[in-house]
Design a protein around this ligand. Structure first.
Ligand code: NAI
Length: 718
């Protein structure tokens, strides 16, 4: 038996239960913790001196982070998972029915089974603190809340708020939680414990009741209070969910079913439906892949980027940014959000002014959405100071350049700033296409040069590619990785090759979509097929978004580096030559109105394509196979050439950088799911038809021959 997670202290008739999992940074539920809880409840109920209880965490900033996801890997079948859910439900019911009413004292993350625990308590009191967030994020793992969440949450916050919370998995902050009735009271964290004890005493004395249920809005009550209204709410939720998810995420519909069962049948039937559906969802491939992504992201967070015995990252207490344009401003805003002072340089005051205004706009959006307070807005904005000279760079440990995409300009700023920076300073380039080794050639300290490839818009895109050259010092890699993480990014370290990793695997995918245009396939047919495959936008829409000029330039670089295999389509070239740049010029493959809003396909674009207005039908599956396998094959090539360091990094890069369908786990997971032999068979068949573009890479061929996988078939994937 391991050390106990729960401890009990009875004072003045109040049992204080502290949850503090030994040797773990967070509290999480496992079968062992549930058993302990059960025993604890028996002790409390058996002690007539105990009149009420308080449940509080011993961790600094976490109440309970949820279920132990490692344990999910041990489910052998849907029945196993269903049994685990039932056992969680029993514990929550016990808490709910306890003779001694329990107050949940919540500070920090209160997620998943943690919130389900709180929902079963008689009273919920939370700290009014930015670290306090409440959520039921199970659908993000392809599951549904399985410890009573689908049954209790609607009763507490109303059906519509509950649907929103469960289907979006979103975090609810303390103030919002109070407004919706999710918690009964907010207090300063320093008095959380003492107020919770007072409330427990009042509950015991019968002078206080949880008042969550009164918080529902009038619309909510009118609509949800009767079966007809509820039926409408459920119907709309299903329709909207199906439309948004294109049927790819079954847990969303299962969560709605479980909630509806709770209204239509007895309480027991509601709980039984929840447990059964939890079991069914836990056995889906979708859930397996989403859980893989969870583990992959977690393991990446612990990766220093330089392996065992790596040097410690240097502290980056200030950031320099050269070029206050689109990307420079985005990076500056993200740094300011993390409290990092930024020195911001461009050529002229006008550009600096525009850059500062762009930073302000990003922060303003956060203020408008109430993600930050006015005070935080002012503080963050004041961290960014602009200049047209190199003053204020004398102590800057890390500079990111985001000047024009031109090697001569990059070399010029590198030479200029080298005279000002401390010798140990790191120079990072945000170039999207220039090899970092070439940038480093212009530096007196090439070992201090590295690539930091951010994606646009910087404040929204989660991925950062860090590009190391053969000369980059390990300490520089470690520092850059740690700093990228501090900016809130998911960081993968890749080697210096044209297109790095993300743009490299994007190229054949976009090219393949373009080739279909060359053949006469309809624009909407291509985009719809890839949306159905699970990408967030179709490839032709993506071209319009990225800009045809940028795509053309990057396509040419890839073709130069990799030859015919990555030759861009004729369609892209011809549409670009006509002067259409996509969304930014309000003219591309799609129509845009004066405000920039996207409309339908611009039929006039067809006259610019090789086949003119003549259309060819191509089966959806064929479109999907060609686009996706072009990307998968290239990803495997990147691994074979060590451009990407592991299948894990490759999957994370594709999902977070491009939007490769998360429920497929990423290109490498996709190969494992389909089987390398089958992938190679499909590639070979395509290759016979398409002149060498689908030549299966050596790594895949070898894996197919030897029956290998990228990840272990069972147990923890990474
Ligand atoms: P931009 O044109 O918006 O900004 C470039 C800025 O650099 C301008 O404000 C310009 O005045 C300034 N600049 C030029 N020469 C300078 C000098 N000698 N000293 C100081 N400032 C100078 O360009 P954007 O889009 O921000 O791109 C910047 C870099 O980021 C490029 O290398 C680009 O390839 C890369 N990148 C761009 C992405 C995008 O989506 N736009 C995505 C990822 C990387």
């Amino acid at each position: 038996m391991t050390a106990a997670a729960l401890s009990l202290d009875v004072q003045d008739g109040i049992a204080i239960i502290t949850i503090d999992l030994p040797n773990e940074s967070v509290n999480k539920f496992s079968a062992a913790v549930i058993a302990e809880f059960d025993a604890m409840m028996t002790t409390i109920e058996g002690n007539s001196a105990v009149k009420a209880a308080v449940l509080i965490s011993g961790k600094p900033d976490v109440f309970i982070a949820g279920a132990d996801i490692d344990a999910f890997l041990e489910f052998k079948s849907a029945k196993d998972a269903e049994a685990a859910s039932s056992s969680g439900q029993r514990m929550m019911s016990r808490l709910e029915r306890s003779r001694a009413p329990v107050v949940a004292a919540i500070h920090g993350a209160c997620l998943g089974a943690g919130l389900e625990t709180a929902l079963a308590c008689a009273y919920r009191i939370a700290s009014d603190h930015p670290k306090t967030v409440l959520a039921l994020p199970e659908t993000q793992l392809g599951l549904i809340p399985g410890a009573g969440g689908t049954q209790r949450l609607p009763k507490v916050v109303g059906l519509q708020v509950a649907l929103d919370m469960i289907l979006t998995a979103k975090n609810v902050r303390a103030k919002k939680a109070l407004q919706s009735g999710l918690v009964d009271e907010l207090v300063h964290p320093s008095i959380l414990r003492s107020v919770a004890i007072q409330r427990a005493k009042a509950l015991a004395a019968g002078t206080l009741r949880g008042h969550s249920e009164k918080a529902r809005g009038v619309m909510g009550t009118l609509f949800e209070g009767n079966p007809v209204g509820r039926a409408i709410v459920f119907r709309q939720a299903r329709a909207l969910t199906l439309k948004k998810s294109r049927g790819a995420y079954p847990a969303l519909l299962a969560a709605i079913d479980a909630m509806q069962a709770g209204y239509e049948g007895t309480a027991e039937q509601g709980f039984a439906t929840e447990a059964r559906l939890f079991g069914e969802m836990a056995a889906t491939a979708v859930s397996r892949e989403l859980i893989f992504l969870f583990f992959a992201t977690t393991s990446l967070k612990k990766d220093t980027g330089v392996g065992e015995g790596s040097p410690a990252p240097l502290p980056v207490t200030q950031l320099g940014i050269l070029g206050t344009g689109f990307m420079g401003a985005g990076i500056a805003a993200v740094a300011a959000m993390q409290g990092i002072p930024v020195r911001f340089k461009d050529m002229q005051h006008e550009q600096v002014g525009r850059g500062l205004a762009a930073v302000r706009a990003v922060l303003q959006e956060r203020l408008t959405k109430k993600q930050i307070t006015r005070q935080q807005f002012d503080d963050q904005l004041s961290l960014v100071s602009g200049t047209i000279e190199y003053t204020g760079f004398g102590n800057v440990p890390l500079v990111i350049e985001a000047v024009f995409e031109d090697l001569a300009v990059k070399h010029q700023v590198l030479a200029e700033i080298a005279k000002v920076l401390p010798p140990s300073a790191i120079f990072a380039s945000n170039t999207s296409t220039i090899p970092i080794a070439q940038v480093a050639d212009g530096s007196p300290r090439p070992d201090r040069v590295i690539g930091m490839h951010f994606f646009s818009p910087v404040q929204k895109m989660p991925l950062l590619e860090v590009i190391a050259t053969r000369r980059t010092a390990p300490e520089v890699i470690a520092t850059t990785v740690a700093f990228g993480r501090k900016l809130g990014k998911t960081v993968i370290v890749v080697n210096d090759a044209p297109g790095f990793y993300v743009n490299r695997i994007l190229a054949p995918y976009i090219n393949e979509a373009g080739r279909m245009l060359d053949e006469g396939v309809a624009i909407e047919a291509i985009d719809r097929a890839m949306l159905d495959f699970g990408f967030p936008v179709g490839p032709i829409t993506l071209l319009d978004e990225v800009g045809l000029d940028i795509a053309g330039k990057s396509g040419a670089i890839m073709a130069k580096a990799f030859g015919d295999r990555l030759q861009p389509s004729a369609s892209l070239g011809q549409v670009l030559a006509s002067g259409r740049l996509g969304r930014k010029s309000k003219k591309g493959f799609y129509r845009y109105d004066a405000s920039g809003k996207k409309g339908g396909v611009d039929e006039s674009v067809y006259s610019l394509l090789p086949t003119g207005t003549r259309r060819t039908e191509l089966a959806k599956e064929e479109i999907q196979r060609r686009c996706s396998l072009a990307m998968v094959n290239e990803a495997a090539r990147c691994l074979e050439e060590h451009t990407v360091r592991s299948p894990r990094d490759g999957d994370i890069g594709a999902v977070f950088g491009i939007g490769f369908p998360p429920f497929r786990g990423g290109p490498f997971r996709h190969v494992d799911a389909v089987g390398a032999a089958e992938i190679v068979r499909q590639l070979a068949a395509l290759n016979a038809e398409h002149h060498g573009r689908f030549d299966p890479c050596a790594l895949l061929v070898q894996m197919a021959r030897e029956g290998q996988r990228f990840y272990p078939a069972t147990g923890k994937p990474v």
